[in-house]
Design a protein around this ligand. Structure first.
Ligand SMILES: Cc1cc2nc3c(=O)[nH]c(=O)nc-3n(C[C@H](O)[C@H](O)[C@H](O)COP(=O)(O)OP(=O)(O)OC[C@H]3O[C@@H](n4cnc5c(N)ncnc54)[C@H](O)[C@@H]3O)c2cc1C
Ligand SMILES: Cc1cc2nc3c(=O)[nH]c(=O)nc-3n(C[C@H](O)[C@H](O)[C@H](O)COP(=O)(O)O)c2cc1C
Length: 577
């Protein structure tokens, strides 16, 4: 038999048994052996014989959070007591008294924890307490396009094992289409808790379901406003979409999910390169038989090539160069070569022959794109506004940003609301807000300011905004300056990087005004950052630590702790991408 946790046997994956039976037996063996091994080892069953689970989540954009909420509800329906909490609200020191732990976390940045998992990880990674009586299971969410795929889930899993905890089941890593793998993980987890009972299908959804990711609302574009028409380098647009009668509700700080469609010319190009017929009938999971053109337009990612797609092309191509580029040692070279190239460019360089089914088998399903909502529903009850940078490079373009910019016209835009419960204006209207949002990062703060005005909040508001040129890129100029004049916006700090010989960014303005910013923080201000994750958010984070050192008299280490605590207290909040 295969082995799971030390001393606990498991049936091999190829045992000639139905999956359910195998899992049930594994669960039984797990239970028996752990009890045989150590009389002191805790049972999953609490005193009242109801299994008790502590389910912790860490999530940046809401996927892990939503899964954890649903999974906790499912387990409770099965009579399992579940303590559900964000990692940020659960002191890692409590793990020593925890029996059964389920962790659901995404990965952010470059393999980092989401912000609300950062403090938990900080403590866990330094912990010395042994966790021998803890049993755990990890569900990791990620995106295989990132080099550090599911890295944070992997770290959590490994660290718990290092501390002596028992892995109840193998970690499951999920790519962007996570639903099925996540459900299978839950099923397996449940069977280990209650081996004799299969997980029920869950509560049947009511017939009138609020639109969500899997059943988006067909909205219409009301307005498509080019915000920086004079700019030679950038194209940023404000979109307003109709939500009247949609049943969709949002709060300032939430994101809107958009299910885009691929550009028809790109679909034609892919059809021509593969020499496949547009009308070829193909079978698509959950849709049934559809024509190839429709499948490529609405359901598959045909712009950004992923590793599996590249491997498929390399396998089929007569030219061995792509296969060589895919070797581990040439990772960087491959990255450089791919920069600016899309799937169609790869097909052009490495022509292949394949059937329609083989082509779709090598492609990932098209995923929705998220956009920070740039309005308050209190100010615009039947609309939602977005601030979107159109992605265009060479003769190529981003799928969703240009779907909105170029291809919607009077057509439908399938949308849903992705709740960001952590990213909200302060509940107390008197608390000061500091908002750092250069570029499209200004979006949620326009929503926050509209929200504060609608609520009649009296707290002070300070916005840091930056872009390339004041003349062309000062988005929402009149609206923001109007808010400044009527006192809603107490301070507006601007950084236009290319209006003077030396570059000036928002982080430079923060440094210049560090003393004042520190005073606001002492007055209880909440600080928010939105926008570019790869550079801006890191630079801002570094300068915020400098401010705490210079104006708060803290050592480098204490300054890092200060911001970690601010994050745990939900006073340092980020929506970065
Ligand atoms: C929580 C969250 C909130 C967000 N909020 C906003 C928002 O308010 N506004 C906003 O504009 N975006 C926002 N985004 C980003 C948004 O979701 C999309 O990622 C963005 O619009 C690009 O999507 P796309 O489909 O147009 O491009 P895709 O088809 O996804 O293509 C993007 C890819 O194109 C390639 N690429 C891009 N530029 C170049 C270049 N110059 N040269 C070569 N290759 C390049 C890169 O590989 C890049 O990954 C947010 C993201 C998240 C996660
Ligand atoms: C800015 C950004 C950085 C990301 N970095 C990683 C990464 O390093 N590794 C990974 O596997 N996934 C990465 N992801 C993908 C997320 O983990 C994935 O979208 C996940 O479903 C998000 O779950 P959440 O909504 O619970 O945060 C990143 C996503 C974004 C937007």
């Amino acid at each position: 038999a295969g082995r799971r946790a030390a001393g606990v046997p498991a049936l091999p994956a190829n045992a000639p048994l139905a999956e359910d039976t195998r899992l049930w037996l594994d669960g039984l063996l797990g239970g028996l052996f752990s009890r045989v091994q150590s009389a002191a080892a805790p049972s999953v069953l609490a005193d009242d014989k109801r299994p008790t689970v502590t389910m912790l989540w860490a999530s940046q954009t809401g996927n892990a959070e939503a899964l954890a909420q649903r999974f906790a509800a499912r387990l409770r329906e099965e009579g399992i007591a579940v303590e559900l909490s964000a990692m940020a609200d659960f002191p890692a020191s409590k793990l020593a008294d925890t029996q059964t732990l389920a962790l659901i976390s995404s990965t952010f940045g470059d393999g980092d924890p989401p912000d609300n998992g950062e403090g938990f990880w900080h403590t866990l990674s330094r912990a010395e307490t042994r966790l021998e009586s803890l049993r755990f299971a990890v569900l990791a969410l990620g995106d295989a396009n990132y080099e550090q795929f599911c890295h944070h889930g992997k770290q959590l899993d490994q660290r718990l094992q290092e501390l002596g905890a028992t892995r109840l089941l193998d970690r499951v890593d999920c790519d962007t289409e996570f639903e099925e793998r996540a459900q299978a993980w839950l099923k397996q987890f449940h069977q280990l808790l209650k081996p004799a009972q299969a997980l029920s299908a869950g509560v049947v959804a009511s017939p009138i379901e609020t639109p969500g990711k899997s059943n988006p609302y067909a909205s219409r574009l009301l307005n498509n406003l080019h915000l920086n028409q004079q700019s030679r380098h950038k194209e940023t647009r404000m979109f307003s979409l109709d939500l009247a009668d949609s049943g969709l509700c949002y709060e300032a700080g939430d994101a809107l999910g958009v299910w885009p469609r691929n550009c028809p010319e790109l679909v034609d190009e892919v059809l021509a390169l593969t020499r496949l017929g547009a009308d070829t009938s193909v079978s698509v999971d959950k849709l049934g038989e559809v024509g190839l053109r429709r499948a490529l337009t609405e359901h598959f990612e045909i712009a950004r090539p992923n590793r599996e797609t590249l491997a498929f092309i390399a396998e089929r191509s007569a030219n061995p160069q792509l296969k060589q580029l895919l070797s581990c040692e040439r990772k960087e070279e491959l990255k450089d070569w791919l920069w600016g190239r899309q799937f169609a460019d790869v097909l052009q360089a490495f022509p292949i022959e394949c059937s329609a089914a083989e082509l779709l088998g090598a492609l990932k399903r098209l995923q929705p794109r998220l956009y920070s909502i740039a309005s308050s529903a209190k100010a615009h009850p039947e609309e939602v506004h977005l601030t979107v940078a159109a992605v265009r490079y060479g003769n190529r373009k981003g799928v969703s940003s240009t779907f909105l910019a170029d291809r919607v016209a009077s057509g439908e835009v399938p949308v849903f609301v992705q709740t960001s419960k952590h990213f909200r204006v302060p509940g107390d209207g008197d608390v000061p807000m500091i908002m750092i949002g250069p570029g499209t990062g200004v979006a949620p703060f326009r929503g926050f300011l509209q929200e504060r005005r609608a609520r009649g909040d009296q707290g002070r508001n300070w916005l840091f905004f930056g872009e390339q040129h004041a003349a062309s890129d000062f988005y929402y100029r009149e609206e923001l300056q109007g808010m400044q004049h009527d006192g809603l916006l107490t301070q507006l700090s601007l950084a236009f990087s290319r209006d003077q010989p030396q570059k000036i960014y928002v982080q430079d303005r923060i440094r210049e005004q560090g003393a004042e910013l520190w005073r606001w923080l002492q007055d209880g201000a909440q600080l928010y950052v939105c926008g570019d994750a790869s550079q801006m958010a890191k630079d801002v984070d570094r300068v915020l630590r400098e401010v705490a050192q210079e104006h708060g008299g803290l050592s480098a280490e204490n300054a890092a702790d200060y911001w970690r605590q601010m994050s745990e207290q939900k006073r340092y909040l980020r929506d970065v991408y």
